[in-house]
Write a protein that binds this ligand. Structure first.
Ligand code: ADP
Ligand code: MG
Length: 399
């Protein structure tokens, strides 16, 4: 059994993991870290909240510490994720002499150029801005020996495919590449053939499953009653809440409305300036306010352990986003609640979500925890359901 203490990790890293209270590796870490330490490429998929950041962070930082030269590059789809991953990696680096640079859009170019002058050995960023630096000649990647693509499916969804190709042209083939993705559809497999060299393929759990400790609930409402129903639900719940809506404008409007009703709420969406976006997330992280109203910009990867409830005020456009949204709660083994307010026009979308979550099952209209409009019925826990074979049995084979 793989352990952080006995894996031969550089001592500063072992100390950092102790400080972070990472005592036992999660399944994806146990599977990915040993081959990555041996220098293998990795193609990994694992449910959200299962510790993928450390699954690539630990071997990457070990490699940086074990070699005096060479740098590493981590690519992520959104600025928020880049900020979060940089923070997590900095914790793992601790006081070891590895400097990092964060290259994301919406932030001052000169400051980033200044950061790059310090010759950081670890670059974290989004593909668009990294490409800007590469074409301007302010970023050199010829000595990058370690590449990580995180949330790769999302990067492709967001149209970063061409940007990734362009970045990859600056890198030497003599590198180690770790690619993580929530799902492994055909376009990812194709990309992996292009970018990875004989990767070890790791798939933990089902990518269409959510954490077992999330209890899901559905309430059918009319559009006219939706807002008042939301207020009731906010009253009866304790702890922090993220509410997902469809549009940027809808997020603003709902946050303002909630504030008028004496709730502490802020909106997060792609039209906000970058420093505002960071301020909003930082405030929520520090629990300066209770409710974050967000578009799907916040559905992926955000790791805010205290989020107790996810409320789908509007349904997401794509069924996959439902999984990502509700995965913002019940992080790292905690409990969480996910509530969906279902308006009549969204029934078809809801069915599509159910089909994806429970393939091969006959679809009833209700999910596990459907609550009658008059309340009452307790949400059923998903953990009571048996999901044959998919959980716990990590499938690992050479790709
Ligand atoms: P993912 O990228 O798979 O969604 P993250 O890397 O964001 O998940 O990790 C989710 C949470 O689990 C984080 O808060 C992280 O600190 C915590 N975590 C990760 N690995 C461990 C571990 N081995 N022991 C304890 N907590 C961990
Ligand atoms: Mg992640």
């Amino acid at each position: 059994m793989f352990s952080f203490q006995e894996a031969g990790l550089p001592l500063p890293l072992v100390r950092s993991l102790e400080r972070m209270k990472f005592t036992t590796p999660t399944p994806v870490q146990a599977e990915a870290i040993p081959p990555a330490l041996e220098g293998r490429d990795i193609l990994g998929s694992a449910q959200t909240g299962t510790g993928k950041t450390a699954a690539f962070g630990i071997p990457m930082i070990a490699s940086l510490l074990n070699n005096t030269r060479g740098s590493a590059l981590v690519l992520l789809p959104t600025r928020e994720l880049a900020v979060q991953v940089q923070a997590a990696l900095k914790q793992m680096i601790g006081r070891a002499p590895i400097t990092t640079a964060l290259l994301i859009g919406g932030e001052s170019m000169p400051r980033q150029i200044q950061e790059l002058r310090n010759r950081p050995r670890l670059i974290i960023g989004t593909p668009g801005r990294i490409n800007d630096h590469l074409t301007r000649g302010t970023l050199m990647l010829h000595d990058t020996r370690f590449l990580v693509l995180d949330e790769t499916d999302r990067m492709l969804d967001m149209g970063f495919g061409i940007q990734l190709d362009a970045i990859l042209r600056y890198l030497t083939a003599k590198r180690q590449t770790l690619m993580f993705s929530a799902t492994l559809p055909d376009n990812i497999i194709k990309l992996s053939k292009k970018y990875l060299n004989d990767p070890v393929r790791i798939a933990i759990g089902s990518t269409t499953a959510t954490a077992e400790n999330i209890s899901e609930e559905l309430i059918k409402v009319s559009d006219a009653d939706k807002y008042s129903r939301l207020l009731e639900e906010l009253e009866r719940r304790e702890g922090t809440i993220i509410i997902f809506v469809k549009t940027k404008w809808g997020a603003e409007k709902l946050a303002v409305r909630l504030c008028r009703n004496k709730h502490q709420a802020s909106a997060l969406h792609g039209d906000l300036r970058q420093n505002k976006r960071e301020q909003v997330i930082d405030g929520f992280r520090k629990q300066k306010y209770r409710i974050l109203v967000a578009t799907d910009i916040a559905s992926r990867g955000l790791d805010i352990p205290h989020i107790a409830h996810v409320i789908n005020y509007d349904l997401p456009q794509s069924p996959e986003d439902y999984i990502h949204r509700i995965g913002r709660t019940a992080r790292a083994g905690a409990d969480g609640d996910a509530l969906t307010l279902l308006a009549p026009q969204d029934h078809a979308k809801w069915k599509a979500i159910q089909r994806m979550m429970n393939p091969g099952e006959k679809q009833e209209s209700g999910p596990r925890g459907e609550r009658k409009p008059d309340g009452g019925q307790k949400p059923r826990r998903r953990r009571s359901r048996s999901r044959q074979g998919s959980r716990g049995g990590p499938a690992r084979q050479a790709a």
